[in-house]
Write a protein that binds this ligand. Structure first.
Ligand SMILES: *[C@@H]1O[C@H](CO)[C@@H](O)[C@H](O)[C@H]1NC(C)=O
Ligand SMILES: *[C@@H]1O[C@H](CO)[C@@H](O)[C@H](O)[C@H]1NC(C)=O
Ligand SMILES: *[C@@H]1O[C@H](CO)[C@@H](O)[C@H](O)[C@H]1NC(C)=O
Ligand SMILES: *[C@@H]1O[C@H](CO)[C@@H](O)[C@H](O)[C@H]1NC(C)=O
Ligand SMILES: *[C@@H]1O[C@H](CO)[C@@H](O)[C@H](O)[C@H]1NC(C)=O
Ligand SMILES: *[C@@H]1O[C@H](CO)[C@@H](O)[C@H](O)[C@H]1NC(C)=O
Ligand SMILES: *[C@@H]1O[C@H](CO)[C@@H](O)[C@H](O)[C@H]1NC(C)=O
Ligand SMILES: *[C@@H]1O[C@H](CO)[C@@H](O)[C@H](O)[C@H]1NC(C)=O
Ligand SMILES: *[C@@H]1O[C@H](CO)[C@@H](O)[C@H](O)[C@H]1NC(C)=O
Ligand SMILES: *[C@@H]1O[C@H](CO)[C@@H](O)[C@H](O)[C@H]1NC(C)=O
Ligand SMILES: *[C@@H]1O[C@H](CO)[C@@H](O)[C@H](O)[C@H]1NC(C)=O
Ligand SMILES: *[C@@H]1O[C@H](CO)[C@@H](O)[C@H](O)[C@H]1NC(C)=O
Length: 763
């Protein structure tokens, strides 16, 4: 977000007057005692919130009762108001950082310093209402800044409206609520008003138009409704920010007659645009941001005359036609025309601009090839052309933009082999080229700054050999649905920042290297649908990132991360980026499994080669709401139980070799199962040792004989079989057995290579 500087300039001129009077370094007179006391009282109230951490008030170290003149204290400014010297400015931003929230009551002593002109108490974790009654004494106050305390709440106290000298009022980023009182119109000297990011509702009072000195009006990110009030008399208005509210009605075209208007932000309301209006603007805009404003037709032509325009944001409208070439004549730094209906080619001049910092054209129907030589666009930080119809090769010159940090060309028809030309020195941080037709091999590196590599759903072939040890910042590596053939290199274990690893559905073979245990912050791993085999490295349980809150020592887990969707309980659930680390782990090693896995809610064992009976212990799964055992070779009676008896979706049992039971409405001919070798006692809560031993033998053979894929992810499946083996292992440890073949870790089994009899899989 662009930060205005006009306020600073205005403030500067405002205080020129006082600076000339300021005499703190000439006079030996000290501040009035009651000012000093008020400041000390403020400090002492603040300290009660920092009792065990005096270091967090280091900024106020000079506020010492034995130091007589409070004008010499840090963040305090005095002015000579002959014959006295009075405290006039308190610059107290970010003094109380770190330790939780502080009651807004600490402000009361400050509000007694009636000579104050400037009070900046921003960014101090204050909470609670603004103490209004005390405010009334600050009749000279000209600048009041309480922004970014986040939890200052209540409504705006009416006393604020009697502070007739106020020129700058900033209450943004708090939790204030209620309506904006119409008394706001009394603050006739106001030059800037920012209430952005609070919970204000109701209409914008029409009295606001009486603020004839106002240059900046920022009411964004609230719940304001109604229409845009008449502001036409506000001839000094430069910045108008109403975005992210609930305003409705037509955007008045007289806004463009406000001769000083430079920045207009109206995105994210319920406003409409008169597409037929003829606009001949009197303003010279610097920023125009009209996302979701119901614009349709072509990108308006009058914009071509806005020669100062630097930021043009018109996303999520219904603009159609092509991108006009005149856009190149403006010296735009940011262009956002994403999610419109724009078609045609991208004029090659657009990417040649020497001023461009960011361009977003995602979600249109742009087609054709990307301009081949964009080497003049040396300043681009972010290039998002995803979800269009671009085809042809990815121009090599894109890779020579040294500043490029974000490149999203996903979901197009791009092809070619340029990966090898990625430069180690590039500053690329985020790369999404998924859903294209790149058929290249992986490069040695995508640069030393890379954090996200998303290349799924291409035709990438060759080996998984990159210089992983140079990619220490990498957090997400998603290569699923490609044609990578090779084993997982040991060096993958050097990706120490990796959160998400998705190699699903490739042709990866070989063993799972035990170096993966070094991926300390890994939270999602999906290696399913490959050709991995062998057994599971014993120390994989060291994956700290995969541990549940309770610190249980193994995990399992389920994600279709590339799409930020998790298949959970059989249906896709959206997963916000920020939630990734909070997503609940499914821990299957925590001692109790089927029979004790009573909290299990979703179980999908479909598309394997499971045979034998469904274990009777399934009847004990009280929370099971989704069960899919289809496409196996299971036989015999489907167990009964309070919950499983209700799971009568026939498709969950379909395509097996002879199941019967009430759930599928097939009567069982014989009560005896054809393949009934389940060791006795396994359905009991406490199996006896000898039987566990038998079971161990079974499991052991089973583990060595099968191919595995790590990570269940994809199907949202819980497969208790190995977990069971893991449990088993613990019991074994308990009894001091020698082998140590699996260590409480649980894996998914590759879809097509899974064959084992049920007595091994589920007990
Ligand atoms: C003390 O304050 C410092 C700096 O604000 C902070 O990093 C630290 O966590 C605090 N310690 C305690 C015990 O609150
Ligand atoms: C206040 O200042 C006096 C003398 O200048 C000093 O002795 C004392 O330690 C200071 N107190 C604090 C809390 O810093
Ligand atoms: C306020 O005081 C600080 C020193 O404490 C000084 O650097 C600053 O220039 C003063 N500001 C004004 C406006 O006098
Ligand atoms: C405000 O000023 C009035 C008189 O001017 C005084 O009686 C009152 O105590 C003051 N309030 C505070 C909080 O200092
Ligand atoms: C205002 O904040 C205080 C302190 O956080 C809280 O106790 C109070 O419930 C809040 N009031 C409202 C109406 O949200
Ligand atoms: C938005 O405003 C409309 C009236 O224009 C109102 O019906 C609706 O409840 C408001 N929505 C929110 C989320 O405030
Ligand atoms: C948007 O405004 C229209 C009328 O202009 C109204 O019918 C609709 O409910 C509003 N939508 C929202 C989300 O408030
Ligand atoms: C994308 O291009 C193909 C031809 O390459 C064309 O058939 C298709 O209609 C285009 N899709 C869109 C949405 O423009
Ligand atoms: C780069 O800019 C120079 C000077 O403006 C121009 O002559 C040249 O053709 C441009 N190169 C490309 C590839 O657009
Ligand atoms: C791109 O154009 C520049 C001139 O602006 C030229 O120096 C460079 O060689 C060209 N690169 C390619 C790959 O054509
Ligand atoms: C990558 O691109 C695909 C296709 O456009 C999209 O679905 C996915 O959300 C993107 N991933 C990220 C992390 O942006
Ligand atoms: C896991 O074992 C391998 C080889 O035995 C070792 O190199 C690696 O450091 C171990 N990792 C952890 C986290 O214990």
């Amino acid at each position: 977000m662009w930060t205005p500087t006009s306020m600073k300039a205005a403030l500067h001129s405002l205080f020129l007057f006082f600076i000339t009077l300021s005499a703190s370094h000439h006079s030996s007179s000290s501040c009035p005692l009651h000012h000093k006391q008020a400041l000390l009282q403020f400090k002492s109230m603040l300290s009660t919130y920092h009792a065990d951490n005096s270091s967090s008030l280091t900024e106020l170290k000079s506020w010492n009762s034995s130091s007589a003149n409070c004008c010499t204290w840090a963040r305090v400014n005095c002015s000579l108001w002959l014959p006295l010297k009075l405290v006039t400015e308190l610059h107290l931003s970010s003094i109380a950082h770190g330790d939780g929230y502080i009651s807004s009551e600490v402000l009361v002593p400050l509000f007694c310093i009636e000579s104050l002109l400037v009070l900046d108490i921003s960014k101090n974790s204050l909470q609670g209402r603004i103490p209004g009654d005390e405010l009334c004494n600050l009749t000279s106050l000209s600048y009041l800044n309480m922004r970014q305390n986040y939890r200052i709440n209540g409504s705006i106290p009416s006393q604020i409206f009697s502070m007739k000298s106020l020129r700058h009022l900033d209450l943004s980023s708090n939790s204030l609520f209620g309506t904006i009182p119409s008394e706001i119109g009394k603050l006739s000297k106001l030059q800037s008003l920012s209430l952005v990011s609070n919970n204000f509702e109701g209409g914008i009072p029409t009295s606001i138009s009486e603020l004839s000195e106002l240059q900046e009006l920022d009411l964004g990110i609230n719940s304001l409704s109604g229409s845009i009030p008449y502001l036409r008399e506000m001839s000094k208005l430069e910045i108008l920010v109403f975005y992210e509210n609930n305003l409705s009605g037509e955007i008045p075209i007289w806004l463009f007659d406000l001769g000083n208007l430079q920045q207009l932000f109206l995105d994210g309301n319920n406003l409409s645009w008169n597409n037929a209006a003829e606009i001949s603007p009197k303003c010279n805009l610097f920023v125009l941001s009209l996302g979701s404003c119901g614009m349709s037709g072509k990108i308006p032509n009058w914009l071509s005359q806005q020669k100062n325009l630097v930021i043009l944001n018109l996303p999520k409208n219904k603009l159609s036609g092509g991108i006009p070439p005149w856009i190149c004549k403006l010296e735009l730094q940011m262009i956002d025309l994403s999610y419109n209906n724009l078609a045609g080619q991208l004029p090659s001049c657009v990417l040649k601009s020497e001023s461009l910092l960011s361009i977003q054209l995602s979600g249109n129907s742009l087609s054709g090839e990307l301009p081949t030589n964009i080497s003049n666009a040396t300043t681009i930080l972010s290039l998002e052309l995803n979800s269009n119809n671009f085809s042809g090769e990815l121009p090599e010159s894109i890779l020579s933009i040294a500043s490029l940090g974000l490149l999203d060309l996903s979901n197009n028809k791009l092809s070619g082999e340029i990966f090898t030309k990625f430069r180690i020195k590039s500053s690329l941080n985020f790369l999404n080229l998924s859903f294209n037709s790149f058929s290249d091999k992986l490069p040695i590196s995508f640069g030393n700054s890379i954090e996200t590599i998303i290349l799924n759903n291409n035709n990438i072939s060759g080996k998984l050999f990159m210089n992983f040890s140079s990619m220490t910042t990498l957090k997400i590596l998603d290569l699923h649905n490609n044609r990578i053939t090779s084993n997982i290199p040991y060096s993958l274990g050097s990706l120490t920042s990796l959160n998400i690893l998705n190699l699903r559905s490739n042709h990866i073979h070989g063993l799972i290297p035990d170096s993966l245990a070094n991926l300390a912050v890994l939270s999602i791993i999906d290696l399913s649908n490959n050709k991995l085999h062998g057994y599971i490295p014993p120390n994989l349980t060291n994956l700290r990132g995969m541990m549940g809150e309770a610190g249980a020592d193994s995990i399992f887990y389920v994600a279709e991360q590339n799409d930020a969707v998790i298949n959970w309980k059989g249906s896709p659930q959206a997963l916000a980026d920020t939630d990734i680390m909070m997503y609940p782990f499914l821990d299957l090693s925590n001692n109790k499994y089927i029979g004790q896995l009573e909290d299990l809610e979703s179980l999908d064992l479909s598309h394997n080669k499971l045979s034998g009976e469904i274990p009777k212990s399934f009847g004990k799964l009280r929370d099971l709401t989704k069960l899919d055992l289809s496409n196996n070779m299971l036989t015999g009676r489907i167990p009964k139980g309070s919950q499983i008896s209700t799971l009568d979706d026939v498709s969950g049992y379909a395509n097996n070799s002879g199941l019967c039971g009430i759930q599928i409405n097939v009567q069982c001919v014989s009560a005896a199962a054809p393949f009934d070798v389940l060791p006795r006692g396994l359905n009991d809560e406490e199996g006896n040792e000898d039987e566990w031993l038998t079971l161990e033998a079974l499991c052991l053979g089973y583990v060595f004989g099968l191919a595995w894929a790590l990570g269940l992810a994809y199907y949202g499946i819980v497969r208790p079989n190995l977990a069971q083996c893991a449990f088993y292992h613990r019991r074994r440890q308990h009894h001091n057995f020698h082998h140590n073949w699996i260590s409480g870790f649980f894996l998914a089994v590759e879809k097509d290579n899974f064959s084992c009899s049920s007595q091994c899989n589920f007990f």
